[in-house]
Design a protein around this ligand. Structure first.
Ligand code: 2NL
Length: 362
């Protein structure tokens, strides 16, 4: 069969899958020569069919096998060529894995906990949904006290089981009241956390972060307060030239009460904490409120004020973060913009330690 030899030779000579396919169509396709021979069997005598039939079927099988073999060989060669051409350049940098960052507020809260832990303070936490006894009454702000109006409070519509109004805490002071009641004296705690006031403009957000500290012991006086705050501010701002000025003020929960100003100097027109104060080019800025704990508050905390005294202080964590790391818009803190976080955020391993520095950035 001449056509068989020609076809087998042609298949062996193909060098593309397309050429193999064309030969399959020309032999086995509807119009192909093998199909034509198979059709011709119908017009043959039984004797002729018996002698010719097996040869035609054998030809079809030979063509089918040759096509499959050639196709497999060409596909194998194509794969080999592709593998040979593709190389992995191991000197290229690996694609960067997406990384989150630690929010400056979280970083500063960790720094504060580290600094105060070194002075023997424990971290206390408490509920953000409070009752008005823990948030106001126990802090010497009874029902009609004008200071209550200073706090624009978010109230819940319902009272608790004891008939107390429920609210979003306006400061972290209720946490310290709970610490006094639960732990007694002596006591050294800081209470960092979220607080809420119905207040919103360029410098106030309805939720912000506060940290308060409370020391209760025997013979505590304003000297302890000033030393503690000075030591804290030196560690936090990582400068030894911190100067403080205590100014008389008023808070219902402390008596006497003082505002704490820290000296600043101007660097490129920006106020930077450290140095300054009453010198040319320097000035004072308020960073904390504080005072000796009011006798009534010590009583509300379940302690005898003739036996125990203490000092307390409070400040805004968001503002401390802005002062230390130089952001100038408070609202960006709560926008959740990853570009802002990429710039001001901290790596998860920038853990503050007093030996390594509290504000190290990777
Ligand atoms: C401020 C001022 C202050 C306190 C908070 C306090 C807590 C207890 C007893 C007495 Cl349990 N005082 N806290 C005292 C003075 C000032 O915060 O400017 N905060 C942002």
């Amino acid at each position: 069969m001449e056509q068989l030899e020609t076809t087998l030779a042609a298949i062996a000579g193909t060098d593309t899958i397309e050429a193999v396919e064309a030969l399959r169509v020309s032999a086995l396709g509807k119009q192909g020569w093998v199909s034509a021979l198979l059709k011709s069997l119908g017009g043959m005598s039984p004797e002729e069919r018996t002698s010719t039939g097996p040869r035609i079927h054998a030809a079809r099988e030979a063509v089918t096998a040759a096509l499959a073999e050639r196709r497999a060989a060409l596909e194998g060669a194509a794969l080999e060529a592709k593998l040979a051409a593709e190389t992995a350049d191991l000197s290229l940098p690996a694609p960067a894995a997406p990384r989150g960052s630690v929010h400056p507020v979280s970083q500063v809260m960790d720094e504060l906990a580290e600094i105060f832990a070194d002075m023997g303070f424990a971290v206390a936490t408490g509920p953000e949904i409070e009752d008005d006894w823990h948030n106001f009454t126990a802090l010497n702000m009874p029902e009609t006290h004008p200071a209550r109006a200073m706090h624009d409070t978010f109230y819940f519509p319902d009272t608790d089981a004891q008939g107390r109004s429920m609210l979003l805490r306006t400061h972290t002071s209720p946490v310290q009241i709970r610490s006094m009641l639960a732990e007694g004296a002596p006591l050294r705690v800081i209470a960092p956390g979220r607080v809420y006031r119905s207040d919103s403009d360029a410098t106030h957000t309805p939720m912000f972060h506060q940290i308060e500290g409370l020391v209760i012991d025997k013979g505590i006086h304003l000297g302890h307060l000033k030393w503690t705050l000075e030591t804290f501010l030196k560690a936090f701002f990582e400068r030894d030239d911190i100067v403080l000025r205590l100014r008389p003020s008023y808070f219902p929960f402390t008596e006497p009460s003082v505002e704490v100003d820290v000296g600043y100097t101007l660097v490129n027109g920006k106020r930077v904490v450290g140095g300054g104060g009453d010198v040319p080019g320097g000035g004072w800025m308020e960073v904390l409120g504080s005072g000796m704990v009011n006798r009534k508050v010590i009583e509300f905390g379940g302690l005898d004020p003739d036996e125990w005294q203490g000092f307390a202080f409070g400040t805004g964590v968001d503002r401390l973060a802005m002062l230390k790391y130089g952001m100038d818009d408070l609202r960006a803190f709560f926008d959740g913009d990853v570009r802002w976080l990429g710039h001001y955020g901290f790596g998860a391993l920038d853990v503050p330690t007093l030996s390594g520095g509290v504000g190290v950035r990777a």
